[in-house]
Design a protein around this ligand. Sequence first.
Ligand code: PLP
Length: 449
Amino acid sequence: TLPAAEAEAQVRADDRAHVFHSWSAQGLIDPVPVAAGEGSTFWDYEGNAYLDFSSQLVNLNLGHQQPDLVAAIQQQAGRLATIQPSIANDVRGELARLIAEVAPDGMEKVFFTNGGADANEYAVRMARTVTGRRKVLSMYRSYHGSTATAISLTGDPRRWANDGVDNGTVRFFGPYMYRSAFHSSTLAEESQRALEHLEQTIQLEGPNTIAAIIIETVVGTNGVLIPPPGYLPGVRELCDRYGIVYIADEVMVGFGRLGEWFGVDAFDVTPDLITFAKGVNSGYVPLGGVVISDRIAAAFDTVPFAGGLTYSGHPLACAAGVATFEVFRRDGILERVRDLGSRIVEPTLRAWAETHPSVGEVRGQGLFWAVELVRSKETREPLVPFNAGGADAAPMGAFAAAAKKGGVWPFTHFNRTHVAPPLVITEDELVRGLAVIDEALTVADGYTV
Ligand code: PLP
């Protein structure tokens, strides 16, 4: 093996010369070469350790190199490394059964995909087929993936350059108490007014033209927006009233992030389709899918479903998924997420809202929290403008640099930092990481007015 400095130089050189990166101007980036990862930590070639408060892209729920997942993949590779999707396969069937067992009642079937975006593509395709309608409603402030329909559903600036790719999508405002689009002063008002706005959108677009409404059960990248009581059940009612399919995008929150198998369990609602990816096997091998209600599944009993992927239900990915269920149950992962979230994260973040002039609001559940940074608590002006880049984003850049210097890899998006560590993070690591973020917030405080 090469000495660290040479190995790092080689990784950097190959990357800069040949790897074309997502979402980036290729000449303006300098990706960090990572040498190794273990649990909640990864290391660069200089030996700097980063406690990952972002779980990579909020997918690494069981941390790096989880031994049971690694062994399951190795054993499956030795047994049967791949088999095409029209074949019945043991691990594929076992994982589908395990998922159906924890999904809401009346959702017994799973269509496997390679990730989250294609899960949403196929959920929409199912909805369009069963309703014979074309439009899909999605929220401003949402992310649903980057393939054609998924990016068109997305309600954040990543969509702008892709507008019109699927022109059957229409957006609406969801509840967001801190920056209410409805001038609400209570959660009950916010919920009711957001539902009235959604119903008006349905009526003005034409109920008979709308196949589906897609909602992240808790909005993820765009702000950890927890739906107020009654909102999601209200969406369910509207979908029932107008014959619209309710798709819950649980790509980010499914499989433990909120301390539940599926986020909908926390909000007392049963959608028609649930999309998942990321946490299903912590991304060790790409995997996503759609959990399908019995009613929608029945529509395809005699009519073929027009869709598929070569790697649908890949055995290596499914083996890692089956092992994920074993680890969750053996190690009480859901219970520890609820415990660490309510006992450590919530009180610590609530204290920041008191002590830091830059912290406008904190919100979240389980191990999924947002800290919203502002110039002034009074005006709630965001610490950096919406979609800020370059010099405008400097305050968030300075905050992130301070966190990294302290050994924590933070998640940042616009004027927020999220706390979303691996669900296996130890209590010591969590407390240490939160202390680093606390300190880094003093840098953000320096930009308040
Ligand atoms: N939906 C949500 C809520 C997501 O957070 C993401 C990814 O971040 C996606 C869909 C897209 O998933 P993927 O990147 O696996 O295609």
